[in-house]
Design a protein around this ligand. Structure first.
Ligand SMILES: NC(=O)c1ccc[n+]([C@@H]2O[C@H](COP(=O)([O-])OP(=O)(O)OC[C@H]3O[C@@H](n4cnc5c(N)ncnc54)[C@H](O)[C@@H]3O)[C@@H](O)[C@H]2O)c1
Length: 340
């Protein structure tokens, strides 16, 4: 079988992971990578053996030998590329959040529906082994019914101030909250009905970024369960891992705790720093990209190759966006917000 052509638009920090995953799969041809930063596009194309590079996403969507496109541009810059790719008949893997407005989400979903192409949103925690254990325990009835969740997903201040050049144009709600909300929807099997949130803007504002430091959010779910969610972008840079992820579930029969960021499976101490190197997100095994973040991208590849429906849909992306919008509105108004 001839290799199936894939393209990646946006090859910054995370787009590189998409390119690396496609490059490793023998059934896939990494045909074209695209970035507004030409030097970055060229570097990634050379490093991962892409056929070529471009700075214009239209070249990617117009290529007849490309069947699928990853959209890995900043949070607010997914719609135009995802819609154009779907309208050109390409399957689309869109990074989370699907988009930052309901109109943008709906336009992407509608373009994919009309073109009959697959649309997946990369909420890769549905492939994260600790959370799969929780999901399995719930499905098998070991825990009973969910009562309350606690989810903490925070980043050190390195992320909005140094890693992202566009931190001030997004929020920790879009960047991390969308993951947390999708995780809760998926684990609980329920929708979010009402949101209460508070946020503060102190530290990032002093650094010249017009974006909140954190949100603390309470969710009420349609099955009666509740969730407390914490998303913060100003954790001290000396933390041993750039992100801090906890998920706790108290259910009617059982309780489960997951700590996939500070699990201390590997601890490294050098004269400069103490760190817990990654062993589950995207570790390499003799050059092969592995880890749950890669499994998510591989799932999209498998869906394209074998004509299967992705486990994570555009509708999942839309629901997460609705919750982030409700969270931001609640934090702004001081009132609870119903999620439509
Ligand atoms: N699944 C995850 O856990 C995860 C992790 C990190 C980032 N992300 C998501 O991936 C997306 C990208 O994040 P990142 O951290 O890689 O950001 P980044 O800034 O490192 O990379 C984005 C790249 O997109 C390029 N770009 C912007 N507009 C473009 C356009 N119109 N055409 C072509 N290239 C364009 C930029 O030049 C940049 O290189 C975001 O939506 C982010 O939330 C997801």
């Amino acid at each position: 079988m001839a290799a199936v052509g894939f393209g990646v638009v946006g090859v910054g920090t995370w787009g590189e992971r998409h390119a690396a995953t496609y490059a490793y799969r023998p059934e896939v041809e990494l045909t074209l990578v695209c970035d507004l930063n030409e030097q970055r596009a060229r570097e990634i194309a050379v490093q991962y053996g892409a056929q070529g590079w471009t700075t214009d996403y239209r070249e990617v969507v117009e290529r007849e030998d490309i069947q699928a496109v990853s959209v890995v541009t900043p949070d607010f810059a997914h719609r135009e590329i995802a819609v154009a790719a779907a309208q050109a008949g390409k399957h689309v893997l869109c990074e989370k959040p699907l988009a930052t407005t309901l109109e943008d989400c709906e336009a992407i979903i509608e373009a994919a529906r009309q073109a009959g192409v697959k649309l997946m949103v990369d909420f890769h925690n549905r492939f994260n082994p600790p959370f799969l254990k929780m999901k399995r325990a719930l499905e098998e009835g070991e825990l009973g019914e969910p009562l309350m969740f606690y989810v903490r997903l925070n980043d050190t201040i390195f992320v909005p101030t140094q890693m992202l050049s566009w931190g001030g144009q997004s929020t920790v709600g879009w960047f991390l909250g969308s993951h947390a909300f999708d995780l809760i929807r998926w684990l609980s099997g329920a929708e979010v009905r009402r949101v209460y949130a508070v946020s503060r803007s102190v530290v990032l504002k002093q650094r010249g970024l017009d974006t909140p430091d954190f949100f603390q959010t309470t969710l009420e779910l349609t099955n009666g369960a509740t969730a407390q969610v914490e998303n913060c972008w100003v954790v001290a840079e000396t933390a041993p891992v750039v992100f801090d992820f906890k998920c706790e579930l108290v259910a009617t029969k059982g309780t489960m705790y997951a700590d996939p960021s500070h699990h201390r499976m590997v601890q490294k101490y050098t004269p400069e720093e103490a760190t817990y190197p990654d062993v589950i997100v995207f570790p390499e095994v003799y050059g092969k990209p592995t880890g749950f973040a890669i499994e998510s991208i591989n799932h999209f590849v498998d869906c394209v190759l074998h004509d299967r429906e992705p486990l994570i849909t555009g509708e999942d992306g839309l629901q997460a966006t609705k919750i982030v919008l409700a969270m931001e509105e609640s934090a702004r108004t001081g009132q609870p917000v119903e999620v439509g």
